[in-house]
Every structure is written in structure tokens, then in C-alpha cells.
Design a binder for this molecule. Structure first.
Ligand SMILES: *Cc1c(COP(=O)(O)O)cnc(C)c1O
Length: 399
């Protein structure tokens, strides 16, 4: 999207504002399916938690995507957006048994990552097909918050517990129709991914009636200059070859499944915020914007570095700024960053604001959540209204 268009949208819809470029979402989806075009049966289940607006879900549904969900509410959003239950997979962690039952009753594919839940579920519903989430114990990224495959991870059933899984399956007579892994959010190295895939193939041989193998996600997109991006095309080539060979060896038709979130929506998103104040201190120039970690928490939570452009003065001379929010707490978006000269009232544009940005927003400091706009076919569609005071008061009871 052009800066001029983004600037225009900010004057039309106000700030702060999230804008998503539909074309970028579509091209990322197409890139992924093209990389695996030599796989007979491919299923992309978009991870709803990355960006859960129902208009975005509908867009992905029209592309032929399914969805990956982690809560009852995400399942309901998916159904609302028009997905059929058989195109939804539910991968909960630590939720109540009642919630799993409720989702299973809707005909959604259940993915279980806990032995005791597996035994309980298999005993009660031996006829409902279940997918198993395996922890292959492979470290993906370096950040402990997003490496979910390591030995102390709360996610998945350890690969070393396969004998126990088999015992439960035998005892309950339940039907395992899928096997799954999701090793974390940052795959830097394709070889590491392929190594984990081999572990999953090995595990798959223990189950005779699989319909699909789900390799999760963790595809990386660049946030700042010099960032590594998962080479999807190379992964596609290598994994396709292995998958097709495994399918032959396995002797039964299998679907290759992925559940990407970040890869599909991250780069499509722009977060626009207005500079309220410029504040010069003894050592730093602060640019204070009309937002905070209530709207975009990734820089503070994960140390994510979102590229920032001053779209009001794109040709301005670059200077060093520390970009901060208006929350009564330290909320630094960027430290000592080179940005085209900022004047109060300018609009800053944060890149890569599609994934885990709005979906992690809160009302901290009793601020409204921003509006969301979908930019599609050269037109702006408001897909979420900015909150109002009524929304802050909603559900509160004064006694
Ligand atoms: C979060 C999550 C995803 C999506 O991860 P991305 O890094 O956004 O692609 C996929 N599968 C599961 C089970 C998840 O929890």
C-alpha cells in the first residue's frame, strides 16, 4: 500500500488505526500453496489467533483456507465467518474437558496434546476421530517464549511417550486420524524443520489410519533489515519430496497440513498512530504517539522490532527518535530509531502489524481499541469500529 493511501485512511477513520492489505494476505496464501503444489492433498488452516477479524477470516475462506483455532470462541468466530466445522481444527492447551467436548460436538477436528485428556476423551468418545499433538523436542527459535518444542514445553505429548499413546488407543479403541507438531513461532533453519518432520514421520508409522499430517507453522517473515525469512519455496521443494515418499511408504492417502498465522497476515498489516508530543530530554528525543502497549504489545512483550515510517514527512531528513506510547508505564516501541524528521501531528506507520497486534490489544488505561480497515480492490472497508465509552462501560456493574 502507498503512504498516501494510508495517510488518507487515517484522516478518514482517525487514529490509531489498523489497516490490512487484502492483496498481501492473498499473495502470501498463494505463495504457500504454490510452494507445495506438487503435493496431491494440501490443507492450509490459517491460525485465527494471529488476526481474528471475521472479514479477514471470510477473505481466507474464499481463498480455500481452513482455520486453526485454540479456543471455543475462535471456533465460534470461524463458524460465524462461514467456515464449515470440518474445515476447522481445534488445538487447545490446558482448557477444560467440557470445552473440548463442546467443540467436538460441533464436528470440529480435535487435536489433543495431553495424555490424560486423550485417555478421558477416548474412553468417553471412542468414535470421534482425534489428532495427536506431538512434541518432537526440537528447538526452533532462540526466544524461550516462542520455542514450544523444547523439553520443558507445556505443549504436545512427548515423542518419548508414544508407547503410552498407543496403550491408550488400544485400551479405548479410539481412532487417531491425524498427527501434529508445532515447534514454535520462529523457524530460522529449514534443516531444523525437516529434522522435526522426520521425527513426525517416524511417529506416524505407529498409527495405521491417519488422514493427515499437520506440520504446524513457525514460518518467519522479516520485520527489520537483515532479518531471516523462511525460504518457503525451498522448504516446499524439500518437504514435498519427503512427504510424497512417505505417503507411498505409508500406503494410504494423506493430506499435508499447515497452520500458518504470521506468514499469512503479518506483512499485510499497518498500524497508524499520531504523534502527540515531541519531548527533548538531556539525552534523547522522544516521539510520543496516541497509543501504547494496549494496542501493540509485541515490542514490549517479545522485543519485536517493527519498522516505523513517518508517512507525513517521508522525504524528511532522518533523525534519531525513541518512540513511546501514552500509557502510564514504560511503553517503548522503538529505541533510538532513525526516522524522517517528526513534527507533532505526524502519522507514524508501523510495518508488519497484521499478526499478533490487534488480536493482543487490550483496554489498559481504559483506552478504546482501535478501528480496523480492510483495503481491498482499491477500496477501504471498515471491518471494526473504534470502541466508544459504552464499550468500556459494557458489562460493568456499579453497586
Ligand atoms: C500460534 C499457533 C500457530 C501459528 O503460528 P505462527 O507463528 O503465527 O504461524 C499454529 N499452530 C498452533 C497450534 C499455534 O498455537
Amino acid at each position: 500500500m502507498q503512504s498516501q493511501e494510508l495517510l488518507q485512511l487515517t484522516s478518514q477513520f482517525g487514529s490509531p488505526l489498523y489497516v490490512y492489505d487484502a492483496e498481501k494476505i492473498q499473495s502470501q496464501y498463494n505463495r504457500l500453496t504454490a510452494a507445495f503444489s506438487k503435493v496431491e492433498r494440501l490443507r492450509i488452516n490459517y491460525a485465527v489467533k494471529a488476526l481474528s477479524n471475521i472479514s479477514v477470516l471470510k477473505l481466507l475462506k474464499e481463498m480455500g483456507s481452513g482455520i486453526d483455532t485454540v479456543s471455543y470462541q475462535e471456533v465460534m468466530l470461524g463458524l460465524h465467518a462461514g467456515f464449515e466445522s470440518q474445515h476447522i481444527i481445534y488445538t487447545p492447551n490446558g482448557v477444560s474437558f467440557e470445552e473440548i467436548e463442546e467443540v467436538a460436538e460441533m464436528g470440529v477436528q480435535i487435536n489433543i496434546d495431553n495424555l490424560s485428556v486423550l485417555e478421558h476423551f477416548g474412553t468417553k468418545y471412542p468414535k470421534t476421530p482425534v489428532c495427536i499433538r506431538i512434541n518432537p523436542h526440537v528447538m526452533a527459535g532462540g526466544n524461550a517464549n516462542i520455542s514450544v518444542g523444547h523439553i520443558d514445553s507445556k505443549f504436545g505429548i512427548s515423542i518419548y511417550q508414544i508407547p503410552h499413546i498407543l496403550r491408550i488407543v488400544e485400551n479405548t479403541g479410539m481412532h487417531i486420524n491425524g498427527i501434529h507438531m508445532h515447534t514454535g513461532s520462529d523457524i530460522l533453519d529449514i534443516e531444523v524443520f525437516l529434522y522435526a518432520a522426520e521425527i513426525l514421520f517416524d511417529a506416524a508409522k505407529n498409527f495405521k489410519e491417519l488422514d493427515f499430517i499437520d506440520f504446524g507453522s513457525g514460518f518467519k517473515v522479516p520485520y527489520k533489515k537483515g532479518d531471516i525469512e523462511t525460504n518457503i519455496e525451498e522448504l516446499g521443494k524439500k518437504l514435498t519430496k519427503r512427504f510424497n515418499a512417505f505417503e507411498k511408504e505409508y500406503g494410504r492417502e494423506l493430506t499435508l497440513t499447515f497452520e500458518p498465522g504470521k506468514f499469512i497476515v503479518s506483512e499485510a498489516g499497518h498500524f497508524l498512530a499520531k504523534v502527540n508530543v515531541i519531548k527533548q530530554t538531556t539525552s534523547t528525543v522522544f516521539a510520543g504517539i496516541d497509543s501504547g502497549f494496549n494496542h501493540l504489545i509485541r515490542p514490549m512483550l517479545y522485543g519485536a522490532q517493527h519498522h516505523i515510517d513517518n508517512i507525513s514527512n517521508p522525504k524528511g531528513k532522518e533523525r534519531f527518535y525513541t518512540v513511546v506510547g501514552y500509557i502510564c508505564e514504560t511503553d517503548t516501541f522503538a529505541n533510538n530509531r532513525r526516522i524522517a524528521e517528526i513534527t507533532e501531528g505526524d502519522i507514524l506507520c508501523f510495518k508488519n502489524a497484521g499478526a499478533y497486534c490487534f488480536s493482543m490489544a487490550s483496554n489498559y488505561n481504559s483506552r478504546y481499541k482501535p478501528a480496523e480497515v480492510l483495503w481491498k480492490d482499491g477500496k477501504a472497508h471498515l471491518i471494526r469500529e473504534r470502541e466508544k465509552m459504552e464499550d468500556i462501560l459494557k458489562n460493568q456493574i456499579m453497586v
